[in-house]
Design a protein around this ligand. Structure first.
Ligand SMILES: C[S@@+](CC[C@H](N)C(=O)[O-])C[C@H]1O[C@@H](n2cnc3c(N)ncnc32)[C@H](O)[C@@H]1O
Length: 438
């Protein structure tokens, strides 16, 4: 069935706003839908998918849209909607526009210059080529320009993976176990989940497989003291709390009250009672000091450029700036430094990002280790073997959309060396040393 011609006007209207890049595309879209309550769910879906298709393919769509008689914005809209819903579902095109679309469909995209084929801004294309080489950059950018699949995490304190597969089948929703995340399921279509009893009861959460693997490698165990330093809306917090079997104490820190507020309803659904959300002012907050040297595991899921999530947030590549990456590095180093104080001897510190740039990843970890001889790197190959995750990695976890079909993620695990016992208060330190020599 064809979409009503008015969809073209709606998409063009919201596109104009989104291309100003003054706010994230998903929040602009939500606001637009709230202001246009008459749009049905099929129409809303078409507008959103059309916008995302334009953001994913902006470089070559813009190039084509600029050549022709009708206004560029209208042509961009037509290209995006045709890509998202198919030419046959589009109503209200003029003859000239239909011809334009047919011409574009015949173009072999492989003949375009590499940067245009990648649909990345020049600064980012250059950075990726320097790091991955041109052939891999093209494979990576191709994967980043596809919509992400829908991944679920089974909440192991509420259900098993098999029970969830059976429950989804009744809906009927087909779901496949995922290769790396032991509690992960990939849903083949994209059904609405919010009204399913499995969702309402907290037996499932939406979470990318890469994000699930990252929670798993923290290695949090029953009864431990754990800190999720940059918990946000709690995607990884919830996974950690379940891995701890709802025991011990899991602090969810973040500076953002708004993000922590989003964690609350998810927490209520999850049935976890071991999670303690705490808003902190910054990474040196006095609330953190009280826990110094007492924590078994700390996850720093650091704020980053977010370039690993382009499948979901294609606007990020156009909104992100090269200068912002440098600013981000300073923040990442400072947060990692602040979080490291929490660990007890033998405790593990996990640094993670959803960035694909070495400068936010390897570089931050190497700089940290050089300044903190009290920490040793635990090779990721060892950590993955401990967790029985069948992934080939060296020192670090580097999940890549074109290789692992996940969002792009980086993680490193560092272990604090055992601490020297503190001298008793009534005995001077040099006396303790003399005793130890005997
Ligand atoms: C990558 S997001 C975290 C995503 C979250 N862990 C999840 O799995 O959904 C980074 C978070 O770091 C928070 N943040 C930024 N600066 C911080 C700081 N100095 N201390 C703690 N959290 C901070 C941001 O508010 C944001 O929620």
């Amino acid at each position: 069935m064809r979409l009503p011609p008015a969809i073209l006007a709606n998409t063009e209207e919201v596109l104009r706003e989104i291309l100003r890049f003054s706010a994230p595309a998903d929040s602009t879209l939500s606001r637009y839908f709230k202001d246009h309550p008459r749009l049905g769910s099929r129409e809303r879906g078409a507008v959103a998918e059309g916008i995302y298709a334009i953001l994913r393919n902006k470089s070559f769509f813009t190039d084509f849209a600029e050549a022709g008689a009708s206004p560029t914005m209208r042509r961009l809209t037509i290209l995006g909607l045709a890509e998202a819903v198919g030419v046959d579902s589009l109503g209200g095109l003029t003859e000239e526009e239909t011809e334009f679309l047919n011409r574009i469909q015949e173009i072999d995209r492989n003949l375009m210059p590499p940067q245009m084929r990648s649909n990345l801004p020049k600064w980012l294309f250059d950075k990726f080529v320097a790091q991955y080489g041109e052939a891999e950059t093209l494979a990576l950018s191709h994967a980043l320009n596809q919509p992400a699949p829908l991944d679920l995490r089974v909440n192991s304190i509420k259900a098993t993976r098999d029970e969830v597969v059976a429950g989804l089948a009744e809906a009927p929703i087909e779901a496949m176990p995922m290769p790396y995340a032991p509690l992960g399921l990939r849903v083949l279509k994209k059904p609405t989940l919010q009204n399913l009893p499995l969702f309402k009861s907290g037996a499932i959460e939406v979470q990318d497989e890469g994000s699930q693997v990252l929670s798993q490698i923290v290695g949090a165990k029953r009864g431990e003291m754990v800190v999720d330093f940059c918990a946000g809306a709690g995607g990884k917090t919830l996974a950690l709390g379940a891995l701890m079997r709802n025991t011990g104490r899991l602090y969810a820190f973040d500076i953002s009250e708004k993000r922590l507020a989003k964690l609350k309803p998810r927490l209520a659904r999850s049935g976890l009672s071991n999670v303690h959300p705490v808003q902190i002012a910054h990474e040196r907050d006095a609330k953190i000091k009280r826990l110094a040297g007492k924590i078994d595991r700390v996850l720093v899921d650091a704020p980053c450029s977010g370039l690993g999530t382009l499948r979901r947030n294609p606007d990020v590549k156009w909104r992100q700036k090269v200068e912002a990456v440098a600013e981000m590095q300073e923040k990442q180093a400072s947060i990692l430094d602040g979080a490291a104080r929490l660990l007890k001897g033998g405790g593990r510190l996990v640094y993670a990002t959803c960035s694909l740039l070495d400068e936010e990843n390897d570089f931050i970890v190497e700089q940290f280790l050089a300044a903190h001889p009290e920490f040793d790197l635990v090779p990721m190959s060892k950590v993955l073997a401990e967790q029985k995750i069948d992934l080939e990695m060296g020192d670090y976890l580097k999940l890549l959309p074109h290789k692992h079909q996940t969002d792009g993620f980086f993680a490193a695990v560092m272990e604090r060396k055992p601490m020297a016992p503190k001298p008793p208060k009534d005995k001077p330190a040099d006396e303790i040393d003399a005793d130890a020599d005997e």
